[in-house]
Ligand binder design. Structure first.
Ligand code: PMP
Length: 398
């Protein structure tokens, strides 16, 4: 008997399963709204001009590819820290923040989860209900019990903040609370600055450990604006974890480039935390890859390229907002006047409020693929398919 006999067949990933079904659908008008990537007007993952130029510069000055340090490329780490904490940040100057390069946002979450598990093995992790589907899986796999706090309330078509605060208030000290810094996936609903203040007050009062996940910086209102949440946490004086990703904002999905920062209470604590983080990394994949870090560092370190990036990011953000408006007005024109909330949501995703039966009908009758929970990727809409999608939604709603 082989050990491998014990391997059970795991269920397929629900989102990837959706893409497989989409790929084998031969209707030409089909639309895949299940994807978690930004697509441009032609329906493709864009290559940003700033990235293309950085690629060319790096190719023109080709260098040998040695190992990076365990915590990644120093210039990359500095660039990330400036971007998320602000160049003038006092916590950076005080040496209280450790930052490591990670394999995308997911890698940052996992390394952070591994460290937390070592520091507090019996802690519970609270994630929002609903949340990105990998949050639960990742923290469960890291050894934690994962529960949720209330967040989206269908009846409100928004966040039930009182319920969220009540759930956080009843959490045990030391509980780890996963929070989406901006552009909540899957709902598109973010806390207001005042609501963040209330959440921070409860985190402090109950002695909870915040873990911010910022996978969409720049897709809400702008790089600075979206990063304001991080600064709020810094100002609060709390220690916290922060995972970031350049997958979406630089359209660098396959490079696996992100970061994990831990804001600690002192420079001495930071030193100890970094030494432990390095063990987590070393025993998983030893050290991170070079290319994504080199691209991001080249762009962020060059005034002109950085300006190009910010304007390309604004272009992606504005295009999504335009598509939200277009979908809403298309629906209004078809007699569906109660879906204007789609315009207020932020980021790539929209909780459409459609039932699972309606989502299944969209799939079966129209070849429009979104998740059963009603999540649609607005960034996969374009001028050619938005009317068709509005027609189909109107048909399943009537
Ligand atoms: N967090 C959230 C909320 C996400 O939506 C995603 C990407 N779908 C990630 C983290 C991870 O992104 P990455 O591809 O950089 O690992």
């Amino acid at each position: 008997m082989s050990l491998l006999d014990r391997a059970e067949l795991a269920p397929a990933d629900p989102i990837l399963g959706l893409t497989e079904a989409y790929n084998s659908d031969d209707r030409p008008q089909k639309v895949n709204l299940g994807v978690g990537v930004y697509l441009d007007e032609s329906g493709k993952v864009p290559l940003l001009d700033c990235v293309r130029t950085a690629q060319q510069r790096l190719a023109a000055d080709a260098k040998p590819i040695g190992y990076l340090g365990i915590d990644g490329m120093p210039a990359y780490r500095e660039a990330v820290r400036g971007l998320v904490f602000g160049e003038e940040s006092a916590v950076l100057a005080d040496g209280r923040v450790v930052t490591v390069q990670s394999l995308g946002g997911t890698g940052g979450l996992k390394v952070g989860a591994d460290l937390l598990r070592q520091l507090h093995p019996s802690a519970t992790v609270l994630i929002s209900n609903p949340s990105w589907e990998n949050h639960r899986a990742l923290f469960t796999r890291a050894g934690f019990r994962v529960d949720s706090y209330r967040y989206y309330e269908p009846a409100l078509k928004g966040i039930d903040v009182d319920a969220m605060l009540a759930d956080l208030r009843s959490a045990e000290a030391g509980t780890i609370v996963l929070l989406h810094a901006c552009c909540h996936n899957p709902t598109g609903y973010d806390l207001t600055p005042e609501q963040w203040d209330d959440v921070i007050a409860v985190l402090r009062e109950r002695d909870l450990m915040p873990f911010l996940d910022m996978a969409y910086q720049g897709f809400g209102f702008g790089v600075e604006e979206d990063g304001a949440v991080v600064r709020k946490f810094v100002e609060s004086g709390l220690s916290f974890f922060l995972a970031t990703s350049f997958s979406k904002s630089f359209s660098l999905y396959g490079e696996r480039i992100g970061s994990l920062s831990v804001v600690t209470g002192s420079a001495d604590e930071a030193k100890r935390v970094l030494s432990q983080l390095k063990i987590c990394i070393r025993t998983n994949y030893s050290n991170p890859p070079t290319q994504g870090a080199a691209l991001v560092t080249t762009v962020l370190g060059d005034r002109e390229l950085r300006a190009t990036w910010e304007s390309e990011l604004a272009g992606m953000r504005d295009r999504i907002k335009k598509l939200r408006r277009k979908l809403v007005s298309g629906l209004e024109g078809r007699g569906i006047g109660d879906m204007c909330f789609i315009q207020e949501q932020l980021g790539m995703f929209s909780y459409s409020g459609l039932t699972s039966e309606q989502m299944i009908r969209l799939r079966q009758e129209f070849g429009i693929y979104g998740t059963d929970a009603g999540r649609m990727c607005v960034a996969a809409l374009n001028d050619r398919n938005v009317d068709y999608v509005a027609d189909a939604i109107a048909a399943v709603r009537h």
